[in-house]
Design a binder for this molecule. Sequence first.
Ligand code: DGL
Length: 260
Amino acid sequence: MKIGVFDSGLGGLVITRAFIEALPEYDYVYYGDTANLPYGDKTSGQILAHTLDAVKYLVQKKCALIIIACNTATSVSLRYIQQRFMPQYAPDVKVLGVVIPTVEEAADAVSKVGVIATNATIRSHIYREELHKIKPDLQIQEIAAPELVPALESNNFADAEKYAEEYTSRFTNIEALILGCTHYPLLKDCFRQLVKKNVRVISQDEFMGKKLKDYLERHWEIDITLSRRAEYRFFVSEVNDHYQKVAAGLFPGIGIERRE
Ligand code: DGL
């Protein structure tokens, strides 16, 4: 059985690389729903439908552990999938998201946190809710950045940087900034230059690998079901040149396949 990773597009590849760097011996199946992105501007119903489809696909690909490496899909659908869908559909398969590990990383030693994410993630207020569970008096400023994912997906880094600057300037007196979208690590250096020196930029590619490792150490009952042949497969719902190039840069020699 394998580890499945799902995102709407490019962002999840960055997170998959973090997993593979931390745990290279496992077998991974990645699925990017490039035909339907951006998820951030869709309704909750649409996001749930696409996420359920992706989870079913990864179950069919023999994944025993599925990580929804998309903040938008996690925000809208993880609870439903964990509590209602999986117990009926595939009770032995575990599905995890990216919000809780990020919140654990951010809540320490700060009193005001900024969150930048897609429209749907901000609308869900999941970061605010989960941060307040850990630290009820934390001040949280949330900003939706709908233009960033489309700019990154169309390889328009110049525009993406301009938008990042505009959005970052709206945060006031934050001590940490959560990049609450798996696409934003592609812009993390830019965000680090834009924020004041004392602001910690929390980028999911920098700790998700360690979080997965910790999880598997604690959940040996899942770990023992996972195969270790270091086989990595990457599927997308629609192949495009930019995607192929980014993937080849992150995983030299590995091709992207169209979902069958
Ligand atoms: N990468 C996804 C996330 O983490 C969203 C991208 C999209 O809008 O499709 O939120």
